[in-house]
Design a protein. Structure first.
Length: 256
């Protein structure tokens, strides 16, 4: 079994804004592309163009319709990948030591040469963040693009996870959540960032920013008297009859 480090020098992780995510799946595609072409064994697909396609993904986006106690329903897009937990059960359950947490940055990785594909780590993860690659017979998970963030051959602007670099809505943020002065830590403090399933006691490093309350319109004050059931927003006519050029054109057409 693998032991966890008592302390890590940094806590690199993601902050995901559920208010901004539009569910476009650009992060999923970029993650699949980068990790298939670079780190470790490729992420395989089985029968991708057939009737029952399956494949290995390190990041997935789920969409849920949420009905608040007040107001209209909201569609929330929920990206999910490894949360690089401080108390990662996937690490301590591994019988070969293939799963481990790095001391220097807190990233949880899998040494694929030592992985025997037993699946114990997937059972131990309460978030379902690990996937067995059927073709390779080893467990796969998010690496925070460890081969990008330290790659000095890349421009500095590209030294962040592929999903963060690709997100068109700016809903994904990367940094050191162990540094209270970092941009990601300040963002979490300002927006009330949350752990995913804190009752599990895994202390996930990744944080989620909750959706902001949506603007509402008072139906009774928006609609005229006697029409309180009118759907908001109620728009009053700009004019009862056309004026200017449109008025002249209307009269001319009436004579034809």
């Amino acid at each position: 079994m693998t032991t966890l480090p008592e302390k890590t020098d940094r806590k690199l992780g993601l902050v995901i804004d559920l208010d901004t995510c539009v569910g476009c799946h650009a992060c999923v595609v970029s993650c699949k592309g980068w990790n298939t072409e670079n780190y470790g064994a490729p992420l395989s697909d089985q029968d991708p163009y057939g009737a029952d396609p399956t494949g290995t993904f390190l990041n997935r986006v789920h969409s849920y319709e949420v009905q608040p106690e007040e107001g209209t329903a909201q569609l929330v897009h929920f990206p999910k990948s490894c949360l690089h937990c401080e108390d990662a059960p996937c690490v301590t359950v591994c019988p070969t030591g293939a799963s481990y947490k790095r001391t220097e940055d807190g990233i949880v990785l899998v040494n694929e040469t030592d992985c025997i594909g037993c699946g114990l780590c997937a059972w131990a993860c309460p978030y379902g963040a690990r996937e067995m690659d059927v073709a390779e017979g080893v467990m796969k998970k998010c690496t925070l693009c460890v081969d990008r963030i330290y790659n000095e051959n890349l421009p500095e602007v590209d030294r962040e996870p592929a999903c963060v670099r690709t997100c068109p809505a700016g809903a994904r943020h990367f940094g050191d959540l162990g540094d209270p002065e970092s941009e990601v830590s300040q963002l979490v403090a300002e927006r009330g960032g949350m752990d995913l399933m804190p009752e599990q006691g895994t202390k996930p490093v990744n944080q989620y920013l909750p959706p902001r309350p949506k603007d509402t319109l008072d139906r009774k004050t928006a609609a005229p008297e006697g029409e309180s059931d009118a759907p908001p927003p109620y728009l009053k006519p700009v004019a009862d009859s056309p004026k200017g050029f449109l008025g002249w054109l209307d009269k001319t057409l009436e004579k034809l």
